[in-house]
Design a protein around this ligand. Structure first.
Ligand code: ADP
Length: 493
């Protein structure tokens, strides 16, 4: 990847994006479109289809037909594998083009986007494609007069609703295990990140996915997302996004067909630094990157630093130095380490959290709108150095480059502060004391606890939250559980 390759890709003019339904690229039935605005400069890039409820229902019907007639679920697993592997190859061959397209739309720095988006989606497709013919059913250890067979069957039509921060990576965490398992899917991208998922769907058709197996419908959450959530034809809903939307999806499932709803709802993840951390410089550097890369728009971001009081002041200084060294700016510049905030709305939300902390008398370092002359949405990293547990910025997910630092005195107090949240997605503990590290892993309520590191866990381990961070797991072989039903055959011999 060179700067000149990126610059020539960023100059490409984009055609209006159509949605991909039943093997075809089609506009909204009433011709409706939505502007796609780039957070890099605030300018309109193109438009995408603003689907109606009828369009969403048509896509769901296509996925239903494709599931029920067995054109995909009825194939041998090895045949599905072949298509998914080809799909991964096509994505990888166009990785830079797809990554640049995504960055133009959502503002993630290109270095991270290339790895986390097309390359990670390709790797995810390969992982589940390779796994699907290695899963077997069971023969239960029953009374020998009977035979108890446990089959694993695809659940049917999956509705996926995904966010704007890592649309391909998060999308692929749902697409790959669902399709490998034999399900079909209707996916709704976020309003501000639909182009790469549409590209993915086009490449899927090129790879040989039968029509209707993977459909992408763009439009508003309250229209297209709601239609998927309320549909009687969708068997499982797989969602990543906000808690408020998650609640609506559960309600919609209850009102309709009791479809299973899997939710990944973000977090307010504690990053706990003890004075005996093996390397406090490293801890401060990683802590800065754990919240400020991609301008904090990461569901597992380490947004609450808890630090032992004896090192609080020194740690804040180190953190501030690392934060100041992070290069914020044009996400398509290879030197940039933190790109744009996804939308103007999100930028103002982030700044409001900072202003509120300042007004409450907290010590706030950074946190200003910058590069306004570009027309884009950029913000310098913000550190609230003495946040209190009652502060809104300590309790609510900002989803921006804003971190709180709060001192603690004892291990028990660190645990209490860490768990003083409705969320429970990720956490980290920095200590050289092995026993303490394992005690903390047990005591912290979260789906993922890092020890002496933050982020970077791979596809082989599950990611899922507890509490109001959601339920179910993306990644790892456990992700299949969402998309495969168990069926028992009980046979008298
Ligand atoms: P964020 O605040 O990060 O944008 P959302 O939960 O609003 O988080 O968005 C995540 C996804 O949920 C997006 O694809 C969005 O369009 C969709 N969405 C938003 N509102 C609804 C809704 N009422 N029903 C279904 N999907 C929705």
């Amino acid at each position: 990847m060179t700067q000149s390759q990126i610059d020539s890709l960023r100059a490409q003019r984009l055609e209006p994006a159509l949605h991909v339904v039943d093997g075809r690229r089609v506009p909204a039935s009433d011709g409706g479109t939505m502007p796609v605005v780039s957070p890099i400069d605030g300018r309109q890039l193109t438009t995408c289809a603003r689907s109606t409820r009828a369009d969403a229902d048509a896509a769901i019907a296509a996925a239903r037909r494709a599931f029920d007639d067995g054109r995909w679920s009825g194939l041998a697993p090895a045949a599905r594998r072949k298509v998914l592997l080809k799909w991964a190859d096509l994505i990888e061959a166009r990785a830079l083009e797809i990554a640049v397209l995504g960055v133009r739309e959502n503002g993630t720095e290109i270095g991270m986007a290339l790895k986390a988006e097309p390359l990670s989606a390709a790797a995810t497709l390969r992982y589940y494609a390779e796994a699907i013919d290695k899963l077997s059913g069971e023969i239960a250890p029953t009374d020998p007069a009977f035979l108890g067979l446990v089959h694993r069957e695809p659940v049917g039509v999956v509705g996926a609703i995904v966010p704007w921060n890592f649309p391909l990576m998060i999308g692929a965490w749902k697409i790959a295990p669902a399709l490998a398992a034999g399900c079909t899917m209707v996916l709704k991208p976020a309003e501000t990140a639909c182009l790469t998922l549409l590209r993915l769907a086009e490449l899927g058709l090129e790879a040989g996915l039968p029509p209707g197996v993977f459909n992408v419908v763009t439009g508003e959450g309250t229209v297209v997302g709601a239609a998927i959530a309320e549909s009687m034809q969708v068997d499982v809903l797989a969602f990543t996004g906000s808690g408020a939307t998650g609640r609506r999806l559960v309600e919609a499932a209850a009102r309709s067909n009791l479809k299973r709803v899997y939710l990944e709802l973000g977090g307010k993840s504690p990053n706990i630094v003890f004075a005996d951390a093996p390397d406090l410089d490293e801890a401060a550097k990683v802590a800065a990157h754990a919240i400020f890369r991609n301008s904090g728009q990461v569901c597992i971001a380490g947004s609450r630093i808890l630090v032992e009081r004896s090192i609080h002041k020194g740690f804040v200084e180190k953190l501030a130095a690392h934060a100041a060294a992070i290069k914020v700016g044009d996400p398509l510049d290879l030197a940039t380490q933190a790109g744009a905030v996804n939308s103007e709305r999100q930028l103002h939300r982030n700044l409001a959290f900072v202003a509120e902390a300042r007004a409450a008398g907290r010590q706030v370092i950074g946190g200003a709108r910058i590069l306004q002359e570009t027309g884009g949405y950029y913000m310098s990293p913000a550190i609230v150095a003495d946040a209190e547990p009652g502060d809104r910025v300590f309790r609510e997910e900002v989803f921006g480059p804003v971190v709180t630092v709060t001192p603690f005195d004892t291990e028990a107090e660190a645990v209490a502060l860490a768990n003083a949240t409705d969320y429970g997605l990720a956490a980290a503990v920095w200590t050289a004391n092995l026993s303490r590290a394992h005690r903390m892993v047990r005591a912290i309520r979260a789906g993922l606890v890092h020890v002496n590191t933050y982020g970077g866990s791979d596809l082989t381990v599950p990611l899922g939250g507890v509490g109001q961070s959601g339920n179910g797991h993306d990644k790892s072989l456990h992700a299949f559980d969402k998309f495969l039903n168990l069926k028992t055959a009980w046979v008298k011999l």
